[in-house]
Design a protein around this ligand. Sequence first.
Ligand code: HPA
Length: 245
Amino acid sequence: MLAIIGGSGFAKLAGLGKARREVVRTPYGDPSCALTHGELDGRPIVFLARHGYGHTIAPHEINYRANVWALRRVEVTQVVAVATVGGIRADCVAGSLVVPDQIVDYTWGRKHTYFEGVEQPVTHIDFTWPYDAALRNQLLEAARRCGRPVIDGAVYGCTQGPRLETAAEIARLARDGCDLVGMTGMPEAALAREAGLAYASLCVVANQAAGLGASRAGISMPEIHTVLEATMGHVRTVLAELARA
Ligand code: HPA
């Protein structure tokens, strides 16, 4: 079973057939919202709005453990995480779709593992390649089949938020090799790996990162919303194609 986690600008999946909501409790507390079960192009899927249906939960306040646990509870095996990001690499311009292949984690203080406490064994998951290769390929193929340009491979730098970055922080991320910057990719990806779920991300570049190009003087939230509104239809098209496959 496929799950889609929707991020900013993607709190609902339009056109989900036979939708029904399910409240799932977890040992880690409540997920961001009830899960929505439905059909996307005839295939059963589960949808979860990462920030809640009303976009009320900030990136650092999201209960990532509960979200991933809830998906596993309902027999999900694959997770596509939709995320909005800032673009650092020159080709990651506003409106681009990107399937990243690496992560640098700058977050702090988030509950980031299931393996803690006296009852849990000390466990070190392999995270050399943080995204599932097969699911990444399925996403890339789906985008290509529906004629959507998509960038294959990028390093996602995950910042703590909720504020955007300074120009100097983005310059540092660039020196670290980051191509994209977002606030929600971690610990979500690591928890999915710990839970044994195949996880990949479809990123939408909403703006150039702080201090770069059009964002040299600052980042405009209204412009971000305009880009997201124009791009989220493409994301839905790619996800429907992925579900159809
Ligand atoms: N930085 C961090 N997260 C983001 C950005 C950004 O510039 N744009 C969209 N999400």
